[in-house]
Design a protein around this ligand. Structure first.
Ligand code: ZN
Length: 437
């Protein structure tokens, strides 16, 4: 035990003063105990360690109480640390660690609260009470993903072990250019992105997408992340191979993907009124409460209720364009309010003449209702001229790299009616997955 302690102290103080031969009986004492675990800045071997998870109904007070800390001390701790850590904010499900002295007193020396995979808070209770908000070291790894659409973007990304958040980012990058409700089987994509990991290999999440190309209906849509030095508006940071911004006047849809249940049509059988009439909108079926957003910047022209529309909002974007959103369960804006593109204006419901929760999206051009999917809308803007030279230099190697990644292909074998996924060079089968039609 004595030898162990000396070794620990040596390693502990060794960081500051180096190993001093006088205090260490053996030259190799510093490396004799490789099992010494340092976590959160503490040598865990020096403590009695309790690892647990905050349970529903737990509070900082109850946890301290269970570990022998009296009420007045808890009050003192809460008060002392309140500027950097609110003890009332600890959440059920989060892990925590308690370090106690190894002696017979079992005094709490530290309470460590793990806010998320990266950030943690140490309440140090050793000699004086103080808080440290810290984070674990995060490593980023550059990755490549190529996929092909069989049914949906998320399914295709997951097949290649991409996360739901990566799907969200790709949908966000292309939201002005690709209608993800209309992507087709065989549409394919290549993505260069960064994942975040802790030093122990724990996956933390996606950091961002560096470059991507999405081939929709045979047309490639490139996207390169680029930051204009003096422009900090994050939304405009993806441009194509011609330096055209991917952002444009209208979003392709007023909500995050769901399903188009009825398209704009001059004649359809009305499900509630039970008669044939024109459907001058696009219906998106989505769960009750799904946020509905304005597809472009504008001013709320109407926010109200009619028997047919239910709760609805109409936004005027300029002299030429207006959009309308029907059957909401909740309206989030007022008449006259200025709204931004992508801002939530209400939630999906089934008020008015509706058989189920959906939003009916209507689009006006010069006072006439049109199908926005068949109408040429204002185009995207270019990167400012002054930045183009630097941009083209930046994307040159990136585009080459992207182009050199093989696309996946759907190959239909007519004799067996099976679809096989292969690399486009045709040499090697990338996926073992085959699917009967
Ligand atoms: Zn409709």
């Amino acid at each position: 035990m004595k030898k162990f302690l000396i070794a620990s102290y040596c390693c502990l103080f060794g960081l500051l003063v180096g190993c001093q031969k006088k205090e260490v009986p053996k030259k190799t004492a510093c490396v004799e105990y490789p099992e010494l675990v340092k976590k959160y800045g503490f040598f865990l071997d020096n403590y009695e360690v309790i690892n647990d998870t905050i349970q529903p109904g737990d509070s900082f007070g109850t946890i301290m109480d269970e570990n022998g800390v009296g009420r007045s001390t808890v009050f003192e701790i809460s008060n002392k640390v309140k500027d950097s850590f609110n003890v009332a904010r600890i959440n059920a499900g989060k892990p925590y660690t308690i370090l106690k002295s190894k002696d017979s007193l079992h005094h709490i020396k530290a309470f460590i609260y793990q806010k998320n995979k990266v950030d943690y808070t140490i309440i140090n209770l050793s000699d004086s009470i103080y808080v440290e908000n810290k984070h674990k070291k995060v490593i980023t790894k550059r990755k490549v993903l190529n996929g092909i659409i069989e049914s949906s973007l998320s399914e295709a990304i997951q097949k290649d072990h991409g996360s739901a958040y990566l799907t969200h980012l790709i949908a966000g990058i292309y939201q002005w250019n690709i209608d993800f409700f209309r992507i087709q089987k065989g549409d394919r994509f290549k993505i260069i992105y960064y994942d975040k990991y802790l030093e122990d290999g724990t996956y933390v999440g996606v950091k961002g997408v560096e470059a991507a190309v999405f081939e929709h209906n045979g047309t490639p849509f490139y996207g390169f992340e680029y930051e204009i030095p003096e422009d900090k508006t994050a939304l405009t940071s993806y441009y194509d191979e011609k330096a055209k911004s991917l952002q444009s006047f209208f979003l392709k849809a007023p909500l995050q993907f769901s399903r188009i249940s009825s398209r704009f049509s001059p004649r359809r059988f009305h499900p509630v009124q039970k008669r044939w009439k024109a459907h001058k909108g696009t219906d998106y079926a989505a769960p009750h409460g799904t946020p509905i957003w304005s597809t472009a910047n504008g001013t709320v022209e109407k926010a109200g209720y009619t028997r047919g529309n239910g709760k609805y909002v109409k936004v005027r974007h300029n002299q030429k364009y207006s959009t309308q959103y029907l059957h909401m369960s909740k309206i989030d804006v007022k008449k006259g309010q200025v709204v931004k593109q992508g801002q939530m204006i209400g939630r999906v419901g089934s008020t008015g003449l509706a058989t189920g929760p959906h939003v009916c999206y209507r689009f006006w051009v010069n006072g006439k209702q049109v199908d926005p999917y068949r109408h040429k809308l204002p185009s995207a803007k270019d990167l400012p001229e002054a930045h183009k030279k630097a941009y083209f230099t930046y994307i040159e190697s990136l585009k080459k790299e992207l182009d050199n990644i093989p696309f996946k292909e759907l190959k239909i074998n007519h004799t067996t009616d099976e679809i096989t996924f292969t690399e486009s060079d045709g040499n090697k089968s990338l996926e073992s997955a085959t699917r009967a039609l």
